[in-house]
Write a protein that binds this ligand. Structure first.
Ligand code: UD1
Ligand code: CA
Length: 454
């Protein structure tokens, strides 16, 4: 059944708490997970639900959290932070009277799958429930609230661990803190939540209130307990990272990517890899990196926020904010930096560095070279140890190298300088002036070899 989620459904995400147990200056929900702030996973889920913009409840370090959410949520501030029930109440002025159901979840629970949310909403609607809670069964309760049922199995409350009796503590059905509420009922009851012993207004106490009123309380069991991992400490954060990594790796393998050793392959959440690419151990693919088909990546390679075409080979190298067209091969030990654009068939061997430069199709730089702020044509040969002297201590200057040029070993190209098409620089030359098309230059400073110009 296709879910109709428009103004009918509102999403409220709680992110105002301090996250004391992280022992961090950074707000908990901004800690990175799979290469992006934990908060992003909740915002992604909300966006995928297709509902109106979610309401994000911010409080501790509100400004930083708001900055991260940008325009992906409507933020309301909770100050002081008086508990999860009080947090949801802050969304009332924006939502009351504008929706029929409200789904609530916590930004410190980033591993839920979209299908799980959809299943919960659908169940709630089918049963016409007042509230529906997603529960999980786990042997390690991790401090979660316990789901309390009566003899007939009906839910009558959720009790927090610190308030639980020994018998209640033994309950293994836990509160994931994802709920769908009938909106009218929620807004009517929230203001009358009782104060807990801890001095907070617990959202979970709504369950007890609903039970007393004889409302329909439904639950859905979250089949995969890993989804319900809540992050309160850095130990939990590492566990979440491992689960997420395994999920990403599995998805890629099922989509046709070979990972020689998933245990040592670190691929972040926003990375895309096409089929028939082989990834060797100790490879890190980060940020919004995309890799085309039939590449061989790694071992020992870091690719960050870069676009890699098809049939590329990158071994023991670092690629950052760069673009490689098809059939580029690089490494071992290449450093391809910000703004590098390597056209089809470029070969970059060991100990080469390219920054903010374009290397034309078929260009080769095999060994120990640096190319910075340069425009290099097609089929250029850059000899061993050749470098662009692009920085004069104050400013960066441009080097232009024409198609088919041959840059001899150990050439220094003092920028700004232009090397003409088909020109040749002798080994060890220091080029301080432009070289005409087809000319050969040599020496220090380089001068044109007589009769070399065509
Ligand atoms: C909460 C639930 C618990 C559930 C667990 C699942 C309550 C009372 N308890 O406990 O039953 O098993 O989540 O992870 O709800 N927050 C605010 N404002 C506040 C307090 C918290 O926005 O005043 C936010 C936090 O930023 C966080 C979330 O609510 O995202 C949960 O807060 P936290 O203190 O971590 O609750 P738990 O102890 O985990
Ligand atoms: Ca929590």
């Amino acid at each position: 059944m296709e879910l109709k989620v428009t103004d009918e459904l509102a999403v409220v995400i709680l992110a105002a708490g301090q996250g004391t147990r992280m022992k961090s200056a950074l707000p908990k929900v901004l800690h990175p997970l799979g290469g992006k702030p934990m908060l992003m996973y909740s915002l992604d889920l909300a966006a995928q639900l297709g509902a109106a913009l979610p309401v994000l409840v911010v409080g501790h370090e509100a400004e930083a959290v708001r900055q991260t959410a940008q325009d992906r949520a409507r933020c309301v501030e909770q100050s002081p932070q008086l508990g999860t029930g009080h947090a949801v109440l802050q969304a009332a002025p924006l939502l009351q009277g504008h929706c029929q159901q409200v789904i609530v979840f916590h930004a410190d629970m980033p591993l839920f799958r979209l299908e799980t949310l959809r299943g919960l909403i659908e169940h709630h609607r089918q049963r016409q429930a007042t509230l529906t809670v997603l529960t999980v069964e786990a042997n390690d309760p991790r401090g979660f609230g316990r789901i309390v049922r009566d003899e007939s199995g009906r839910i009558i409350g959720i009790v927090e661990e610190q308030d639980a009796t020994p018998a209640q503590r033994a309950i293994r059905e836990l509160n994931t803190a994802m709920y769908v509420f009938d909106a009218g009922w929620l807004w009517a009851r929230l203001p009358s939540l009782p104060l807990s012993r801890k001095g907070e207004y617990y959202l979970t106490d709504l369950v007890m209130m609903a039970a007393r009123e004889g409302c329909i309380i439904e639950s859905v069991l979250c089949a995969d307990a890993n989804e319900a991992l809540g992050i309160n400490t850095r130990v939990h954060l590492a566990e979440a990272e491992a689960i997420l990594r395994q999920r990403i790796n599995t998805e890629l393998m099922l989509a046709g990517v070979t990972l020689l050793d998933p245990a040592t392959t670190f691929i972040e959440a926003d990375v895309k890899v096409e089929a028939d690419t082989i990834i060797y151990p100790n490879t890190h693919l980060q940020d919004k990196t995309t890799i085309g088909r039939q590449c061989r990546i790694g071992p020992n390679t870091i690719i960050r926020h870069s676009t890699i075409g098809a049939r590329c080979k990158i071994e023991s190298s670092v690629v950052e904010e760069a673009t490689l067209e098809d059939e580029v091969d690089a490494g071992p030990f290449a450093h391809i930096r910000q703004g590098a654009y390597l056209c089809q068939g470029v070969h970059m061997g060991n100990f080469g560095e390219v920054k903010n430069s374009r290397l034309g199709p078929g260009t080769k730089m095999g060994h120990f070279s640096y190319i910075g702020d340069a425009l290099v044509g097609a089929d250029v040969n850059i000899g061993c140890g050749a470098i662009t002297c692009n920085f004069d201590g104050k400013t960066k200057h441009k080097t232009i190298i024409g198609d088919g040029a041959f840059i001899g070993s150990d050439t220094m190209l003092r920028a700004p300088v232009t090397i003409g098409k088909g020109a040749v620089t002798g080994a060890g030359s220091v080029v301080t002036r432009d070289v005409p098309d087809g000319a050969t230059v040599f020496g220090v400073p380089a001068r044109v070899k007589p009769d070399s110009q065509v």
